[in-house]
Design a protein around this ligand. Structure first.
Ligand code: NAG
Ligand code: NAG
Ligand code: NAG
Ligand code: NAG
Ligand code: NAG
Length: 373
């Protein structure tokens, strides 16, 4: 007889003698019968996850069957299930390999194969991401940013002072999203200190629930501070003055906190109309890629239908004639997050570039904000 058994994390640690990268067969005696059970150690994640590109997706599977499916696939690291849909992934959610912002019904739960990344959340240091590799029984620290190098991204730079708290090291204070998740901060705007590098470096930021404000331009004459990749090597204050995220800033930021939604918002100073839009269904890989244009990761202008648009009652028709965001002519990569973000079919602009009148569809000198989550 052949059946399966799952050992969950809350078992006494004494029996967790080693990590099981492969499911192990054990023979046990039950009711005077010898049966072989397949076992593997899974850790229940504190939140259910729904990732962008599942390795396996099968419906009509119980949670136990989902665990079996994961055990049987040598690349499977984590699985999520509601008792019907089974989703297996080759990434570590506990190590923060993807951002996930979906809310789930109570039936959903996720489990992760115990691996070096789950057992030491700070194995990959200074903002790098731990990526377990079950096939090769190893792990890798991805996205290690300068000045750090090395297998664990902890060489060549200054050491982390011993005063940095475990919550920061473990990434619970990494972003507005993690603050919302672990500390349930207000859904309204609050000033928070985040530690995306998971060391002493910090950013003071306005969190709007789980969203982080990275661009803020108003119709004042104050100088606008342009943020690029070099602004993300040290601490930063994003609560004072005006600032504008360039593509390289967003690019480095998403290496640190893996955001998956970008909210663009502009408000007209005269008339009060506000327009905001966000990449749609963020956990779908195709839609997620649409946001990557603004971080300079690809060259494809996002397709309008992949964005959710929230016009106010004035009902501006924004469909650009080619169905794409951004202009037909090319925009410098660094300027993509704010220059000609949308041009409507009436020729009006959503643009906050210095070499054009800043405008929210026609009203010159308006308000502009970008939030990432
Ligand atoms: C466990 O048993 C199954 C079925 O007999 C077999 O396919 C599998 O290779 C075994 N796994 C190990 C780790 O020995
Ligand atoms: C894992 O092992 C496979 C097969 O041995 C190999 O092709 C692959 O490159 C390895 N992956 C890594 C990341 O080392
Ligand atoms: C880097 O991290 C590894 C694994 O945690 C540790 O063994 C090593 O001592 C660390 N090196 C430095 C320079 O801190
Ligand atoms: C982490 O963030 C929470 C919520 O803002 C805060 O209460 C807590 O003090 C922070 N922890 C550290 C170590 O800064
Ligand atoms: C935050 O960073 C500033 C420097 O930018 C530093 O002076 C301060 O000590 C840091 N705060 C914490 C709590 O680590």
């Amino acid at each position: 007889m052949y059946s399966y058994f799952i050992l969950l994390f809350n078992l006494p640690t004494l029996i967790i003698s080693k990590l099981l990268w492969v499911a192990e067969n054990r023979t046990v005696l039950t009711n005077n019968k010898l049966i072989t059970i397949q076992s593997m150690r899974f850790k229940k994640t504190p939140f259910p996850y729904y990732g962008k590109n599942p390795l396996i997706s099968k419906s009509g599977k119980s949670k136990r069957q989902c665990a079996e499916i994961c055990m049987d696939d040598e690349q499977c690291i984590s699985w999520s299930s509601d008792g019907d849909l089974c989703l297996c992934y080759s990434i570590s959610f506990l190590a923060g390999q993807q951002a996930t912002t979906n809310t789930f019904s109570d039936e959903w739960s996720s489990f992760e194969v115990m691996n070096p990344c789950t057992e030491n959340l700070n194995l990959c240091e200074h903002g790098s991401t731990c990526a377990p590799d079950r096939l090769n029984k190893t792990y890798e620290c991805l996205l290690c940013l300068a000045p750090y190098t090395g297998l664990h991204c902890n060489e060549t730079g200054p050491p982390t002072p011993p005063t940095v708290s475990q919550d920061i090291l473990d990434g619970k204070n990494s972003s507005c999203r993690t603050l919302k998740k672990y500390y349930d901060i207000s859904v309204h705007k609050t000033i928070q200190t985040i530690y995306p590098w998971r060391d002493q470096r910090n950013i003071t930021v306005v969190c709007h629930g789980d969203r982080m404000t990275v661009t803020k331009i108003t119709n004042s004459n104050s100088e606008i501070r342009d943020l690029s990749d070099i602004d993300l090597v040290d601490g930063l204050d994003l609560t004072n003055g005006l600032f504008r995220a360039k593509a390289s800033f967003l690019n480095n930021l998403q290496k640190l906190i893996y955001f998956d939604k970008i909210y663009f918002r502009c408000s007209q100073t005269n008339g009060g109309a506000t327009y905001s839009f966000v990449n749609r269904i963020v956990n779908d890989l195709v839609n997620y890629r649409q946001a990557k244009y603004f971080t300079g990761d690809n060259y494809w202008k996002p397709v309008v239908t992949h964005w959710a648009w929230v016009p106010n009652s004035l009902g501006y028709t924004w469909d650009p004639e080619d169905g794409k965001l951004s202009t037909r002519s090319s925009v410098l990569k660094e300027d993509r997050p704010f220059k000609n973000v949308v041009i409507g079919n009436d020729g009006k602009h959503f643009t906050f570039s210095d070499d054009q009148p800043k405008q929210c569809f026609g009203n010159v000198w308006d308000w502009f904000k970008i939030e990432v989550v």
